[in-house]
Design a binder for this molecule. Structure first.
Ligand SMILES: Cc1ncc(COP(=O)(O)O)c(C=O)c1O
Ligand SMILES: [Zn+2]
Length: 416
């Protein structure tokens, strides 16, 4: 397979850098991005060829920054795009889809995309230790992919994460370091460690490669709609990796000639208790002002987003908007998605769906336009947040008579 990625480039000043484990421009401190030879890709890629490939992130291999064969992620990505007619009917929408990364492989979140790329790159660059700073899901994925690759692994998380999120890393036997502080404190510590130790941090010194993995979400949305753009995409924002890369994916599909048409408006969703990006949109700021996060949606509780600038750029450039929602709205939306569409997401997904509703009600998303909502994490990992709301089970004896009595006591339930 030919390689089409040619190096790194500063997002701000366009200075060029070699394809090493570098993440900030030494001239202007801007973030570094991967550069590709789009003209060559255009000549060598087709829809037919892509469609013949296995259903994983690597079917878009030409637009991913690895130099040899993929090392992991052979079942990551190509998650379902679920047409959600019941929810659409309830909200009066004509075309609604859920991009369901709650069932991503192997660790049930969108992070399996970015980690497949970062882990492959870590091996290519010769790192023996793979690490990350995480709100939980990234740690799960880094730990699982490390196990498959036989890499030594360190994951750094804030103390107080949900039990299943912690276990979901620990089971793979990495070093799990729970730090006293919030994610932004963990990230600061890891940046210092990455400076001192020769380790590959997925979202720090490998960030330029990691971020590229998130594009696959955008590629898949377009391919799964029959190589067509929706009119709106709603994405959660924490560190700000996913949202701008969905935008970048759509631009690249146009650049390499795989699709024509108007790319979607991309909208940002955050929890009100951690909404630096939404506040910046509302106040017209160029950069988000850091906040101290406080929300039930712990996986998106990031007060100082690394890629906040790119999120604002993408939302504004595509004509999107953003909404923040309360913890109460988040839990209501988790419940609603479960009972309307049979998808159990974590609070991050609840925030995205609840924000979608707010955007529809404000008219930022017209009801007759096509909408894709990115559901990025799985509800089983955060089951405790729904404990109070879940319908009680009914305890019965084992006689038919007891069952018939129970049935007779029920109000007749009509199916919506
Ligand atoms: C479930 C879930 N959704 C969304 C995000 C948002 O990530 P980012 O904005 O950093 O791409 C995260 C991670 O931080 C997450 O765990
Ligand atoms: Zn620069």
């Amino acid at each position: 397979m030919t390689n089409y990625f040619t190096g790194l480039q500063c997002h701000l000043c366009q200075a060029k850098f070699p394809a090493r484990a570098l993440f900030v421009c030494d001239r202007c401190l801007g973030p570094l991005e991967v550069v590709y030879d789009y003209a060559a890709i255009r000549a060598g890629i087709s829809r037919d060829e892509i469609e013949r490939r296995p259903r994983n992130i690597w079917r878009y291999r030409e637009l991913l920054p690895i130099s040899g064969p993929p090392r992991t992620g052979f079942h990551s990505g190509f998650t379902p795009l679920v047409r959600s007619d019941r929810l659409a009917r309830k909200w009066g929408l004509s075309e609604l889809y859920i991009k369901d990364d709650s069932v991503n492989h192997p660790t049930f979140s969108y992070k399996d995309r970015v980690v497949s790329v970062a882990a492959t790159r870590a091996v290519e660059l010769g790192f023996n230790v793979f690490a990350c700073a995480s709100t939980g899901n990234l740690a799960n994925s880094v730990a699982a992919h490390s196990a498959r690759l036989g890499l030594e692994c360190y994951v750094f998380i804030p103390q107080g994460l949900e039990a299943a999120k912690v276990l979901g890393s620990a089971i793979y036997r990495p070093h799990v370091l729970a730090i006293a502080g919030n994610y932004d404190d963990v990230n600061r510590l890891c940046t210092q460690i990455a400076d001192k130790h020769p380790w590959g941090f997925a979202n720090i010194n490998l960030r330029a490669y990691y971020a590229e993995g998130a594009k696959t979400c955008g590629f898949e949305i377009a391919e799964q709609l029959g190589w067509r753009f929706p009119q709106h995409v709603v994405s959660p924002v924490a560190g700000g990796t996913l949202l701008p890369r969905i935008g970048r994916a759509f631009r690249e599909l146009l650049d390499v000639g795989l699709i024509q048409g108007e790319p979607p408006r991309i909208h940002a969703a955050q929890a009100a208790g951690s909404a630096p990006v939404i506040r910046a949109l509302e106040q017209g700021l160029e950069y988000p002002e850091p906040v101290k996060p406080q929300t039930i949606a712990k996986s998106i509780a990031i007060g100082n987003p690394a890629d906040g600038f790119q999120v604002l750029q993408t939302v504004r450039a595509t004509g999107g908007w953003g909404a923040m929602v309360s913890d109460e709205q988040i839990l209501d939306a988790v419940q609603l998605l479960a009972e309307m569409e049979g998808i159990f997401t974590e609070p991050a997904g609840g925030a995205t769906l609840a924000a979608t509703r707010v955007l529809i009600e404000r008219g930022a998303i017209p009801r007759d336009e096509s909408i894709v909502v990115c559901i990025t994490g799985n509800g089983y990992k955060t089951a405790e947040v729904m404990q109070e709301r879940a319908v009680r089970t009914v305890n019965l004896g084992r006689s038919l008579q007891e069952f018939e009595q129970f049935l007779a006591d029920q109000e007749p339930k009509t199916l919506a």
